[in-house]
Design a protein around this ligand. Structure first.
Ligand SMILES: [Zn+2]
Length: 373
C-alpha cells in the first residue's frame, strides 16, 4: 500500500552515476482489450530507448528490459494502474499495483518520478483505524478499499490483574491506582504515536476501536485536531484480523463517502445549472474532454455504454457519426466508453471520482464533470 513516508524516502533517492526508470502504465482490463497494454508498453519503452542519449541508454537498458519482462510475466496480478521505479545501478526496484487508473508515462532521470503516486495519496481519502486496550494498541490504514497494519504498541510494564508476585503486597486500592497509572502511561504513549502518524502521513479521518474503557479514555485524551478527525468508534477484540476490521469499518466508510459524494454532486448540479464551469450528461462530458477542459470527472459505478471513437485523435462520442468532426479521421465502435473517457481524463491530468449510487446524478445522466475553464 502507498504511504507518504515511503514515497518521501524514494524521493530522496538520487543516483549520482546511475539513472532511474519510472514507468506508469494503464493496465485496466476494461480499457485494454486483449491486454493491449503489452503492445503499448513495448512501444513506449522502444521510443524511450530511441530518444535517450547513448551513454544514458547504456546505463538503463537493463532496467528497460527488466520492466518489459516483468510486465509480460505478471499480467495476472495487475489492477487498474501499475507503477514501477527501477534503477539497476542503485539496485532498486519498486512496484505499486493501483486500483485507480494512471497516465501512461516513462521517465528516465537521476531521481525517481513519484508525483502520480503522491497525487493518488492526496486525492483518495485515507482512514486510520486505532485498535486499543489497556496494554496494547494496533494501527491500521484503509486506502482504496484495502487495509494494512502499520504498527503495534505493547506497553510491557502494564501489570495485569492476574499477575502473581510483588503486587499482592499492595493493598487493593493502591494496586488499582498502580494499574491505572500504567494504563495512563500506555495510552499516552499510544496517543503520541498516533498523533505523529496522522501528521506524518496526512491521514484525514480516524476510527477508534477496542475495549470500551480504552476507547472512552483515548477519546477524552486526544488533542482537538485529532479528535476532529474521528468519524466512528466501535468495540472489538485486540486480536481481530485485518480482514475482520475492514469488514466492520466498510459500511461506515461507505456511508461517510456517500455523504461526501452527495455534497460534491449537489455542487456539480448547482454549478451546471448556473453555467459555472461544470457539465452533466455523456455528450457534454465527451466534448469537454476533447477540448481538454475537465478538472474532475464524476460518474456512477454501474454506468456504461458503447459508443464511437476516432482512430486518429481518439475523440469519443455517443452520436452516430461516420467521420471525426475534429480531424476527419476514421471512426470505430467501442465498448466501455465511460472507462475510456476516464482513462483519457487521467491522461489529461484530471481527477476521476466513481460514485456507487446517487439518485440525483442518475437522473441527470449518470456522468458529469467540473471544468478547468
Ligand atoms: Zn479525430
Amino acid at each position: 500500500m502507498l504511504n507518504r513516508e515511503e514515497l518521501k524516502e524514494i524521493a530522496r533517492m538520487r543516483a549520482e552515476d546511475a539513472f532511474f526508470v519510472s514507468l506508469y502504465l494503464n493496465v485496466n482490463p476494461m480499457t485494454n482489450v486483449k491486454n493491449n497494454y503489452v503492445i503499448h508498453v513495448k512501444s513506449m519503452l522502444k521510443q524511450t530507448a530511441e530518444r535517450l542519449d547513448k551513454i544514458v541508454l547504456k546505463k538503463v537498458n537493463g532496467d528497460l528490459e527488466k520492466i518489459e519482462a516483468y510486465i509480460l510475466a505478471n499480467k495476472r496480478i495487475f489492477k487498474k494502474g501499475l507503477a514501477i521505479l527501477s534503477s539497476q545501478g542503485k539496485n532498486i526496484w519498486k512496484e505499486f499495483h493501483l486500483s485507480v487508473p494512471v497516465k501512461n508515462e516513462v521517465i528516465v532521470d537521476k531521481t525517481p518520478y513519484i508525483k502520480p503516486l503522491l497525487d493518488i495519496l492526496d486525492n483518495y481519502q485515507r482512514y486510520a483505524i486505532l485498535l486499543v486496550d489497556r496494554e496494547s494498541a494496533r494501527l491500521f490504514v484503509i486506502h482504496l478499499g484495502e487495509i494494512e497494519e502499520y504498527t503495534e504498541v505493547h506497553s510491557a510494564d502494564v501489570p495485569g490483574r492476574h499477575k502473581k508476585g510483588g503486587w499482592f503486597a499492595l493493598s487493593g486500592k493502591s494496586y488499582e491506582r498502580h494499574i491505572d497509572y500504567h494504563v495512563a502511561l500506555h495510552l499516552k504513549d499510544v496517543l503520541k504515536q498516533l498523533d505523529s502518524f496522522l501528521s506524518r502521513e496526512y491521514v484525514g479521518r480516524l476510527i477508534i476501536g477496542g475495549s470500551e474503557e480504552a476507547v472512552t479514555k483515548v477519546k477524552a485524551m486526544l488533542p482537538q485536531a485529532a479528535a476532529d478527525k474521528i468519524i466512528w468508534t466501535f468495540q472489538a477484540e485486540m486480536f481481530a484480523k485485518s480482514k475482520e476490521i475492514l469488514e466492520k469499518a466498510e459500511p461506515i466508510l461507505k456511508a461517510f463517502e456517500k455523504k461526501k459524494e452527495a455534497e460534491t454532486i449537489d455542487d456539480l448540479l448547482t454549478k451546471t445549472m448556473k453555467n459555472e464551469n461544470a457539465v452533466i450528461g455523456i455528450e457534454n462530458v465527451l466534448n469537454a474532454l476533447q477540448e481538454g477542459r475537465i478538472m474532475k470527472l464524476i460518474f456512477l459505478k454501474d454506468y456504461n455504454q458503447s459508443g464511437l471513437a476516432c482512430k486518429n485523435c481518439s475523440y469519443l462520442t455517443v452520436q452516430h457519426i461516420s467521420i471525426c468532426p475534429y480531424c476527419k479521421g476514421e471512426i470505430q465502435k467501442v465498448n466501455y466508453i465511460v472507462e475510456l473517457a476516464a482513462q483519457k481524463a487521467v491522461e489529461q491530468g484530471a481527477f476521476v471520482e466513481v460514485t456507487d449510487e446517487n439518485k440525483k446524478l442518475q437522473e441527470s445522466g449518470s456522468i458529469g464533470a467540473f471544468l478547468r475553464f
